[in-house]
Design a protein around this ligand. Sequence first.
Ligand code: PEP
Ligand code: MN
Length: 334
Amino acid sequence: MIVVLKPQVTEEKRDELISWFKELGLGVHVSVGKFQTILGLIGDTATVDMDLIGSLDIVDSVKQITESFKCCNRKFHPDDTIVEVGDVKIGGGNFCMIAGPCSVESEEQIVTIAKAVKEAGANMLRGGAFKPRTSPYDFQGLKADGLEFLRIAREETGLPIVSEIMSASDLPLFEDVDVLQIGARNMQNFDLLKEVGATNKPILLKRGLANSLKELLMSAEYIMAGGNEQVILCERGIRTFSDYTRNTLDLTAVPMLHELSHLPVIVDPSHATGIARLVPSMAMAATACKADGLIIEVHNDPRHALCDGAQSLKPEEYAKLAEKIRAILEVVSE
Ligand code: PEP
Ligand code: MN
């Protein structure tokens, strides 16, 4: 961390500040310029309150040099993390195809879709049992029954299951779920992040509707600081002034997150667009910019879906898309 002092700061005030940093256990490198003095803080500055220092009347500006995210930072872990879910690998050149309905609606529905997406080449099944809905009057998910139907679908197809957890108190119900999804609305539910960080299950962490990449990485850090290093980042669109799509798919997130972090990055073109006919092109673009996987909503009867029918592909559309994705992967993977 670098602290630039205002011009004309007295030596006494400067030394007072330096002693304070030293009391915090930091080394201080002092560089006296013609007009300004710069203090370079050496050591673990994670606990230093930048805003507090910046507010001091003798301080001109404060700059963080190393990022506050450590566990997920590529600087400290240059190799790609490969998250393993049973036989499925994600990251480090392993592409994963997660597909399934927005919400589990019945045993028959989830088993039918699971079989169809498996046939198309998906290697994981998604399905919400606990649904974070904007309106409390909308379908909230089948909850424990939904998880049971997912388990049956896994038994029938062998596909590992991904499902969203909204509250840590539901954790016992998720014992048998392979990947815990933290939804966009809960990306900064820090208590929930700490709780899933204490589990040994892979976590699919979605970017919040209005969150920066740094905030996404800090949320991953919450999970990893608890000892769980199996985190998959997911770009699912952010809220901008887009008027014709549900969200704006920020594909720059993919190469940027790959630079910043060693964690796998997948893309959700379904929630990003909200429109089924836009999903294939965004899915292909995400693959071309080297995402580590796709999570796509597929429903056998989108018109009657209880949630997100408008953005759901039919199984045959998904199968066509999956073929194109495989062709793009041939081109982009070294
Ligand atoms: C979902 O995956 O169904 C979902 C609710 O996603 P998000 O949290 O990205 O809105
Ligand atoms: Mn959905």
